[in-house]
Design a protein. Structure first.
Length: 280
């Protein structure tokens, strides 16, 4: 991988991690078009762009993260007890609990089935089909108008977490699946976008940690796989900068309810990918 390929792959990662078009699917397509070896096999690059994505989320949603941690350890008298005398959680603690609940499905899938999914579903045909599924989900969420809820419930958080776990399939957008599912459940658009981006931080960090542990066992030469530090830094910065832009942009897009345009895009790219695979 040279610096130009790393730059383009980093841009693809940063943009598509937040836009509902599937980062894994687009990275697979980009690697094929650019003649790059499977990015998942370049362990150092994978770790770098994943960490860059998390950092971009922390930058854009820092106020929300600060609010969460400040309220997480509040146990004062302002927390009203329930009618049964049981102390209830405050808003920040409930929010954090919902994030933890949403992580359960992806944790199970990541620890038990990740390698099997990558082995059996790692093809561009699967990417094309899953992009069509993403388009269908975004379309349903656009045209559906359920009654809007004030808060994301624990049950909704778990269902959204299931959607995130299914989105490990290449071509099935994580943000599209979580946001689309949340909208179908009737959740507030602005709160849902923030929740969707915050809930992905622990899984991405967890995956990066597992990759680092794996890298420590395999040795530096295997981890770098011929990629230079300069090329690695190029991909990191590209993913971080574009991730910041895409995260901010996506929150505004969800507020305005313009996901239908991404549904059209995913449908076009999905059909093109399937035709490409059938013809070639």
């Amino acid at each position: 991988m040279d610096w130009l390929q790393a730059l383009l792959m980093g841009i693809f990662q940063g943009l598509t991690e937040y836009l509902p078009v599937s980062s894994s699917g687009h990275l697979a397509l980009a690697a094929e078009l650019l003649g790059v070896e499977d990015p998942e096999k370049i362990m150092a690059f994978t770790i770098a762009v994943h960490v860059a994505t998390v950092l971009s989320t922390l930058v854009i949603l820092w106020k929300e993260i600060e609010w969460l941690f400040k309220g997480l350890f509040k146990f004062g008298s302002h927390i009203k007890p329930s009618p049964y005398g049981i102390r209830t959680l405050n808003e920040e603690q409930n929010y954090m609990l919902n994030i933890i609940v949403s992580m359960i499905p992806i944790g199970i899938v990541g620890l038990c089935f990740k390698d099997a999914i990558e082995d059996y579903f790692n093809s561009l045909m699967v990417v094309g089909v899953c992009l069509l599924v993403t388009a269908a989900l975004l379309s349903f969420s656009y045209f559906a108008h359920p009654r809007t809820k004030k808060h994301i419930s624990m049950l909704d958080a778990f269902i959204i977490g299931i959607a995130q776990s299914i989105a490990v399939l290449p071509g099935l957008s994580r943000s599209g699946s979580t946001i689309g599912t949340g909208l179908l459940l009737g959740n507030n658009k602005e709160k849902l976008a923030q929740f969707s981006f915050l809930m992905v931080i622990p899984p991405i960090l967890g995956e990066a940690l597992l990759d680092i542990m794996k890298a420590a066992k395999e040795g530096m030469e295997t981890v770098m796989n011929g990629i230079s530090v300069g090329v690695l830094l190029t991909g990191f910065l590209a993913a971080f900068i574009t991730g910041c832009i895409a995260c901010k942009l996506m929150i505004n897009i969800v507020k305005k309810g313009k996901l239908i345009y991404f549904a059209i895009y995913c449908a076009i790219v999905g059909c093109a990918t399937i035709i490409w695979q059938l013809v070639c």
